[in-house]
Design a protein. Structure first.
Ligand code: LRH
Length: 406
């Protein structure tokens, strides 16, 4: 075990929407993962009580079948619970005993009001969720609590857990350099979260039908974005191929081979819902393509090229929709997260958007988490703005620039 006496605090972020249910501080069961097939069952139940249009006006979220409120509506265990905690809050509870709901992640549950940013108790009751399950809301920068004595004794340090943008994408966007309001971001890993940072919601019918969501960011910003199925398509494909012949695949070699393939490969809809669950991804992509009358490439390199180009096209569509919905003429794109290391994807995104792509930081989520903790610890003065934090990111993490070709 390593000791780090200089560590002052812990900040926790994870993916969104998933939760644990507690009774008397104990988990009732292991949390489900949002790609579990069960999540879709709640959709009909919720929409029978409140039509999607009314829901959007209240919570501002794009339709995703795994949003927590649909999961909860299909969760029999909720009846026995006294508390619901999203995954980062659940971890914080294990470390400190505190029961809180950090607001950026709470905004992904569907149960937070898009305008007042408070729990929508009336909505919860209407769909059969007891409002008493939902703990008090706190904002990034707030102190959650000290480590429980037994935890502190086990790791040999008495630390404070501080709230950060506990939704990983909120932390990532906090560390997106965003040099101006005409910079769009793509937070790219398993998902590609594509959008703009706003201060006011855009609750139009056009935004609703285009599937644009309003998630909350650090310092009360709005992450107006669309969830694009990102590198999940590639990682699931590689996993399937590895399962076929039992040999591990070197991803960078595969991408290098794909880079030599001409870019005029066929495209499929990266957002096709049939591609969101785990399982034989190459076969499902091939089926989605055949349904449009196109034969998929049979060799691996062009198949990978097709995946990358299809993701880039979905990114380009989302950037231009974000621009049309907000009236902001996008001039550059910050592509942050693990996907920023994928050179083929960065170039394809620049080419298909016709805009320069500034790639990096790769560890944007960790950086955003750290910056909010550092600000809370007084490192920059309590009132350092998000823009000041981002200036620091720009200075310390110069991006790689990908110019559009042709
Ligand atoms: C990315 C992410 C995304 C959510 C999904 C559940 O990790 O948090 O922002 O939509 O996972």
């Amino acid at each position: 075990m390593r000791r780090e006496p200089a560590i002052e605090s812990i900040g926790i972020d994870t993916w969104a929407v998933d939760y644990g249910l507690l009774r008397d501080d104990a988990l009732l069961a292991e949390p489900f993962h949002y790609r579990d097939a069960r999540t879709a069952r709640g959709v009909e139940a919720v929409h029978a009580r409140i039509p999607f249009g009314d829901l959007y006006a209240r919570n501002g979220l794009q339709f995703l079948a795994f949003t927590s409120l649909y999961q909860l509506a299909a969760d029999e265990r909720a009846a026995d619970a006294d508390t619901l905690l999203l995954v980062p809050d659940l971890l914080a509870h294990r470390l400190t005993g505190a029961r809180v709901a950090e607001r950026t992640n709470a905004s992904t549950t569907g149960l937070l009001g898009v305008r007042d940013r408070e729990w929508d108790q009336e909505l919860a009751e209407r769909i059969g969720i007891r409002p008493a399950l939902m703990p008090p809301l706190i904002d990034p920068g707030a102190r959650i609590g000290r480590l429980l004595p037994d935890v502190a004794a086990r790791i040999g340090a008495d630390l404070t857990v501080v709230a950060v943008g506990s939704h990983d994408t909120a932390s990532a966007v906090a560390a997106a350099p965003l040099a101006s309001r005409s910079t769009a971001y793509i937070s790219c890993g398993t998902w590609g979260l594509v959008g703009l940072e706003l201060t006011e919601p855009v609750l139009t019918e056009a935004a609703r039908t285009a599937g644009f969501t309003h998630e909350l960011g650090v310092d009360g910003r709005i992450r107006f974005l669309h969830n694009v199925t990102g590198l999940w398509l590639l990682s699931e494909t590689v996993r399937a191929w590895e399962g076929e012949d039992g040999t591990p695949i070197d991803l960078s070699e595969l991408l290098d081979a794909a880079a030599t393939v001409p870019p005029d490969v066929p495209l499929f809809d990266a957002n096709d819902p049939s591609l969101s669950s785990p399982g034989d991804m190459p076969a499902r992509i091939a089926a989605a393509l055949r349904a449009t009358g196109t034969e998929p490439p049979s060799a691996r390199a062009p198949f990978v090229r097709m995946i990358v180009e299809s993701i880039a096209q979905a990114f380009a569509d989302a950037v231009s929709t974000a621009s049309a919905l907000t009236g902001i003429a996008v001039e550059t794109i910050d592509l942050i997260g693990g996907g920023s290391l994928n050179r083929l994807l960065c170039q394809a995104t620049a080419d298909r958007t016709g805009l320069p792509v500034l790639a990096g930081p790769v560890e944007a989520t960790a950086l955003g988490n750290l910056l909010v903790q550092a600000r809370a610890a007084g490192v920059f003065g309590d009132d350092a703005t998000l823009e000041e934090l981002r200036r620091l990111v720009r200075r310390t993490h110069p991006p790689t620039r990908w110019a559009p070709r042709g």
